[in-house]
Design a protein. Structure first.
Length: 240
């Protein structure tokens, strides 16, 4: 796998980023080619053009749109990792309408029982983000995961047996207020709370969630949540 060193411009922490590999329709493993030496940029605002890149399959030569590689730093910053541009886009213009089938999340070694491969939902709208979070919670083992037809005043997007979840599909890091409101709603309902975000978390929100043991997940446009704190790691390991 292709990997590059990445330094977070917010906290100066160093990471070794490994590019995700997805299956091309021809079956060959395909990965966006990373651009070594280019600086990463924090994501503060999302646009379609920035969130998708054109990738050429080395097996069949096909051009398709793939999610722009991203890295979520433990400090809460979401970083865009640059890729080498494809010289000829070919059929990339009309390929954007086709869903991407990313690789599944590896099964944690500490999981109590084997799970099937997680099948994510590609995110194109805010409603897709809620649907992707619902699929993930079901995959973790939560029963009766439901979402209201319209978002209630409490801003709770998903409910399951013993759980409520909020999905922040905005383009700015999730603020402290959202963490505290979720915690209060969960406390009043005597259930656990989980947060999903597309743009990461503000530093004070991350710190507060760690203290309250609220699992935090970041989702990219493949619809694949990634845990960003200890409580989320524990939830992935143990399941519902």
């Amino acid at each position: 796998m292709d990997s590059v060193p990445v330094r977070c411009p917010a906290c100066r922490r160093d990471h070794a980023y490994v590019t995700p590999v997805y299956p091309c329709p021809c079956g060959a493993p395909t990965a966006p080619p990373l651009l070594r030496g280019a600086p990463v940029t924090p994501i503060t605002h999302r646009t379609w053009n920035d969130d998708w890149v054109t990738v050429r399959c080395r097996g069949c030569g096909r051009h398709d749109q793939w999610p722009q590689p991203e890295l979520c730093c433990p400090c809460g910053a979401v970083l865009r990792v640059p890729v080498r541009p494809v010289a000829s886009a070919g059929r990339a213009a009309d390929a954007a309408s086709r869903p991407v089938r990313p690789a599944h999340i590896p099964l944690p070694r500490t999981a109590a029982a084997p799970r099937p491969a997680f099948r994510p939902l590609t995110i194109r709208t805010a409603r897709d983000a809620v649907g992707a979070a619902a699929l993930y919670l079901t995959w973790l083992g939560f029963r009766e995961v439901t979402q209201p037809g319209t978002r209630p005043a409490s801003r709770i997007d998903l409910r399951a047996a013993g759980l409520i979840a909020q999905v922040d599909a905005t383009t700015r890091p999730t603020p402290l207020r959202d963490v505290e409101c979720l915690w209060l709603n969960a406390l009043n309902s005597s259930v656990s709370g989980v947060l999903f975000s597309l743009a990461g978390y503000a530093p004070d929100a991350r710190e507060r969630a760690d203290g309250l043991r609220i699992p935090l997940f970041v989702m990219d446009l493949t619809g694949t949540p990634q845990p960003v704190n200890g409580a989320a790691d524990e939830l992935v390991s143990t399941g519902a």
